[in-house]
Design a protein around this ligand. Sequence first.
Ligand SMILES: Cc1cc2nc3c(=O)[nH]c(=O)nc-3n(C[C@H](O)[C@H](O)[C@H](O)COP(=O)(O)O)c2cc1C
Length: 229
Amino acid sequence: MKTPVHTAIEPGILYFGTPVVLISSTNEDGSPNLAPMSSAFWLGWRAVLGLGARSKTARNLRRTGECVLNLPSDALAPAVDRLALTTGSDPVPPGKQERGYFHVADKFGRAGLTPVPSETVAPPRVAECPVAMEAVVSAVHPVADEDPAQRGGILAFEVRVQRVFVHDSIRLPGSDDHIDPDAWRPLIMSFQKLYGLGPQVHPSTLARIPERLYRGPDIDRAREIAPVR
Ligand SMILES: Cc1cc2nc3c(=O)[nH]c(=O)nc-3n(C[C@H](O)[C@H](O)[C@H](O)COP(=O)(O)O)c2cc1C
């Protein structure tokens, strides 16, 4: 077989495919904001979230230190898409105006999604999302800080998860704390477009490690946090 050859290219974005997260946060007046994002990765019971610093979500996270990370299934793509090009910021920041963004105060209403009260944080969970994780901000890291032209534009929020709520439909039958990856159908954003996942493509050697060996101290810490309502 011929060895494949690479070609150097300069794509405008490097969004090769990550799950969509709907972040709920709390506005100054106590109302909820809801925003789609996908620059997120997971480390134990923590997540790192890449957000434009001028987004309403980033401002809310800095002010309140709380959010819910709601994971939509691929079936919720139409609801997620209704939130595209919207912002909770009023007025709309100039950079976003150019790209066609518009202000929406009631993002839940626009998406057709249902807010339900959270247990440990003020922002609501999204009832329709099969996964909703209540989280608090533990650190805020600047991104591209070495470049004066980009400084202050992007932030990486490190958040610590306090509660993981899931629909029973994605739980592994016969287990308490396991997600069934064959039942969980995340919504994937790849180069601005929305996709689902195909079936498992190969047996996984990594999956031989029992999940319990990954359990870290943040899980015990989360258990100690009493519900606020
Ligand atoms: C599918 C999808 C993925 C997105 N991913 C991100 C992201 O990872 N980071 C980000 O800052 N914005 C992302 N955006 C754009 C935000 O949703 C946008 O900045 C929005 O205005 C934020 O809302 P807010 O200003 O009310 O917080 C994404 C949008 C969509 C539709």
